[in-house]
Design a protein around this ligand. Structure first.
Ligand code: FAD
Length: 399
């Protein structure tokens, strides 16, 4: 895995040879962002562009038709797309988390290699189904179970949220290992579109992240048993889903916050121009927005460096300290992203509050507010509480 220094790894997109593709897709996403938000529709133009630029298979190894991109490169793309259209960025992030599961946990199994090859060459879009019935954001417990049927398996899940379920080409879903298994004894199952049906249950008319089309469905899958990952979901979640989700989500929220700061900057510059260079009173809020954005970017950058340094060290990935740090990354990133957009709103005043102004930060605010409930921050803080109690307070700034 490509290990770079914390800051250079993240936000110097010109050093990344795939940056041209990411810029091209971001430009398309920006053009359609308002329409996607208004109609709560899938950002089809941006994903057509992403396929054309081969961004969906970027993390697939080169020998399987991908580009072998590192996690930090993917995080960069998430930031660029998040700036343009947070829904596009979030869909891309969720897809890449599933690609990472396939690459890191699919092993040498023929089905996993075939699916990787299809993602690399056909640019398949992978969805994720963890939310199960009334379980909400409790990723580590499932109600539904895998049932053996001859050489195959089947499962039925009341999936209250599956982002872009209708547009996905394959879904990776959690389930109990068997009908007798405890709710936390989970496996991850991959099923391609022809191996499942989705019966719509609830729609997706939300405040923000409207383009993710995260409707509810009854998911019925019928697939060969070999498509159950050998690694337990507990392990896949700890080593891959948790860190990569929180890094890529954080980057998307940072992107949405950066988009708001850019609008606030334009507003303050315009106001200063109209007042012969005199800064308007809201200028201090722009400074505050830039400061929290800067802190947010360096929080993600240092977490990224920590993840990449530990990516092959299973003991480190499994340690309480690493798990706690990656969990808190999500809470911190979400709080800082919201604070940044709120400062941008204060800086822009009524112009930013209006939906019909060039300086509107309304969509950024609505999108970024999803960050604290997408696996609720309260749930994460409660889960990390015991580990925090056991972790010693660092003796130096470098620990
Ligand atoms: C944009 C977006 C896209 C999504 N995409 C997908 C997807 O593709 N696939 C998928 O499976 N899911 C998806 N989800 C759902 C997500 O994974 C969570 O399941 C969902 O955010 C949980 O929301 P909840 O409020 O219903 O549930 P909960 O997390 O159960 O929270 C409900 C309430 O209980 C409180 N609470 C819960 N636990 C605790 C605790 N331990 N301590 C204190 N308070 C607690 C919370 O504060 C909250 O008020 C998506 C969510 C969003 C916002």
């Amino acid at each position: 895995m490509n290990i770079q220094s914390p800051v250079t790894a993240l936000f110097q997109t010109d050093k990344w040879d795939r940056s041209r593709g990411s810029k091209a897709v971001a430009a398309v996403a920006a053009v359609h962002a308002e329409a996607v938000d208004r109609s709560a529709r899938f950002p089809s133009e941006a994903f057509a562009a992403a396929r054309a630029e081969r961004l969906l298979g970027a993390m697939i190894p080169t020998n399987l038709g991908g580009q072998g991109a590192s996690v930090s490169e993917i995080v960069e793309v998430c930031y660029a797309l998040g700036r343009a259209c947070a829904s596009t960025g979030m869909i891309y992030a969720m897809h890449q988390i599933m690609v990472a599961c396939l690459v890191r946990h699919g092993g040498d199994a023929d089905w996993a290699r075939d699916l990787q090859r299809r993602v690399g060459t056909e640019q398949l879009l992978l969805g994720s189904s963890t939310t199960d019935g009334k379980g909400g954001g409790d990723l580590r417990n499932s109600s539904c179970a895998v049932t053996q049927q001859g050489s195959g398996m089947e499962l039925t899940k009341s999936a209250t949220v599956i982002s872009y379920g209708a547009q996905a080409d394959a879904i990776l879903t959690t389930a109990r290992r068997s009908p007798e298994a405890a709710s936390s004894d989970q496996v991850l199952v991959a099923a391609t579109k022809e191996q499942y049906t989705l019966e719509p249950s609830v729609g997706w008319d939300t405040l923000g992240m409207r383009g993710t089309c995260s409707s509810g469905f009854t998911l019925r899958a019928n697939a060969p048993t070999r498509q159950v990952f050998e690694d337990s979901y507990q392990l896949i979640n700890a080593r891959t889903v948790l860190p990569i989700a929180h890094l890529t989500w954080g980057a998307v929220w940072a992107g949405a916050a950066a988009g708001a700061v850019e609008r606030a900057r334009q507003f303050i510059r315009g106001a200063a121009r109209n007042a012969s260079g005199q800064l308007p009173p809201g200028a201090a809020h722009l400074t505050r927005a830039s400061a929290t954005l800067r802190a947010l970017r360096s929080t993600i950058a240092s977490a990224m460096a920590r993840y990449e340094a530990a990516a092959q060290d299973h003991d480190h990935l499994d340690s309480l300290d690493f798990q706690g740090a990656m969990n808190l990354l999500k809470v911190n990133a979400s709080e800082m992203a919201i604070a940044t957009v709120m400062s941008a709103l204060q800086a822009t005043g009524l112009s930013g509050y209006r939906n019909d102004s060039a300086c509107s930060v309304g969509r950024n605010l609505r999108d970024v507010l999803s960050s604290s409930i997408m696996i609720n921050n309260d749930r994460i803080l409660a889960n990390v509480a015991s580990a925090t109690m056991l972790t010693e307070v660092p003796q130096s700034l470098r620990d």
